[in-house]
Design a protein around this ligand. Structure first.
Ligand code: GLU
Length: 443
């Protein structure tokens, strides 16, 4: 049986690190088993979903390299959901309920007073035809609830191990709203059956849903897939990420200059027994992927860790991969420039700063004590702007070595006290500029 997995976002917002992690887990499961990754758009809520969000989701997944092999949208498939709903109604498993939001609220309050759990008491099942007709005449539209068995439903979760949900302890889920629209529960099951989904991989906020959904799978004559519910993401102190999700959207992270593989490396490794390290391809992540490595504790998302991974990835990134972006930054110096500075950038945009340092007119920093030494250096810079040669000559002609020799040169030539290796920098800035800067002139 080949693996078929799906990522099923609702187009009601932007993709953020939380749902990208779910998408990634699905992709890694597919890639590590030679399976198929399906993008399903859960747009049954026609009021809240927008085309713009859907387009954004597709763009973000493509940018990340999380390409799908099949895709479909739920809004094109209402006939299938209607058929399934009819079937459940005929089986007596989908029943109309006329309770208003206020009535349900009152019911829950009464239950709370009596110390009972807030479970729907199924009063709708006792309605006579006459009572239903009376509601209809009043203009009430029923919503439809799935009748849970009341038994316990068990499955072996790939992350959480043996799971069981007492369906007697949850309310019969509403599958169809009063306005006839579907909540995600039923369409998801119908689609998972129809698309032969083998694994449902999603966040652990869906664990309780799985209890109800497994009963729906069985009622519709399907076989439930294997489930894997991954722990949620928290921030580095263990706090909720929910307030920061906007700033952790793919659009924002992309704007801040993060590389797709930095984001994916972090999301693949946090909360697992693997060390958090940079990886350069999704294939590498897939080769190392296993549900056995995923722990039960929440996975900590740390922005600093993301930045560090990003830097490490850039340190190994060839020029061809960043050429377009460097051009867009208006950076000069081509490949030699990139290779000279890539060890000193966290994000590609940092290249602009080094570009200014090297090529924009600037007078370096020269301390009074170093003035004579720098003048000597200016005289000794050969036309080739060769760093080793300059250092050798300075050692021969002055009493300086080590830090006392190198630091004044770095500060005079770059205006900074740390940065890339001086050899490539000196060659890039050229002899004339170097001499002028060493003399304290703006060049
Ligand atoms: N649209 C649902 C969600 O975003 C899908 C959940 C699932 O993967 O089954 O939560």
């Amino acid at each position: 049986m080949t693996t078929r997995v799906r990522f099923a976002p609702s187009p009601t917002g932007k993709l953020h690190v939380g749902n990208v992690r779910t998408a990634l887990m699905n992709v890694l499961q597919a890639r590590s088993t030679g399976g198929t990754f399906i993008l399903r758009i859960d747009d049954t809520d026609l009021e809240r979903g927008t085309q713009a969000y859907e387009d954004g989701i597709r763009d973000d997944l493509n940018w990340l390299g999380l390409h799908w092999q099949e895709t479909f949208s739920q809004s094109k498939r209402f006939n299938l959901y209607d058929e399934a709903a009819e079937k459940l109604k005929e089986m007596g498993l989908l029943y109309p309920a006329y309770d208003t939001a206020e009535e349900l609220d009152r019911q829950r309050k009464l239950q709370a007073v009596k110390g009972l759990p807030p479970i729907y008491d199924r009063r709708a099942l006792d309605l006579t035809d006459a009572q239903k007709a009376a509601f209809e005449t009043e203009g009430r539209k029923p919503h439809w609830r799935f009748k849970l068995s009341g038994n316990s439903v068990s499955w072996t979760d790939l992350v959480r191990g043996e799971q069981s949900i007492e369906t007697g302890s949850i309310s019969d889920p509403v599958l169809i709203r009063g306005d006839g629209s579907y909540l995600y529960t039923l369409p998801s099951v119908v689609d998972d059956i129809d698309a032969n989904i083998t694994h449902v991989i999603r966040g652990e906020d869906h664990v309780t849903n799985s209890g109800a959904q497994i009963e729906i799978f069985r009622a519709l004559g399907g076989v439930e897939p294997i489930f894997a519910h991954t722990p949620l993401l928290v921030d580095k102190d263990g706090g909720k990420l929910s307030k920061r999700l906007d700033s952790l959207s793919m659009g924002q992270l992309r704007e801040q200059g993060y590389e797709p593989m930095a984001i994916l490396s972090l999301l693949a490794k946090i909360g697992t027994s693997d060390p958090v390290e940079e990886r350069f391809t999704i294939k590498q992540l897939a080769d190392e992927f296993s549900f056995d490595k995923i722990g039960r504790a929440p996975a900590r998302f740390d922005d600093d860790e993301l930045r560090a991974l990003n830097a490490k990835i850039l340190h190994e990134t060839p020029y061809a991969q960043v050429e377009g972006r460097l051009d867009a930054l208006g950076v000069d110096g081509g490949e030699a420039f990139w290779l000279a500075i890539r060890d000193n950038v966290d994000v590609v945009d940092d290249a602009a700063g080094w570009n200014t340092t090297l090529f924009a007119p600037m007078a370096g920093m020269i301390d009074a004590d170093d003035k004579a030494f720098c003048d000597t250096a200016a005289e000794l810079v050969g036309d080739e702007a060769d760093w080793s040669e300059l250092v050798r000559k300075l050692k021969d002609n002055t009493d300086r070595k080590g830090r006392r020799l190198f630091m004044p040169l770095r500060k005079a030539l770059t205006g900074r006290d740390h940065g890339p290796e001086m050899g490539p920098l000196l060659r890039l800035m050229g002899a004339d500029r170097a001499r002028a800067r060493l003399r304290g002139e703006k060049a």
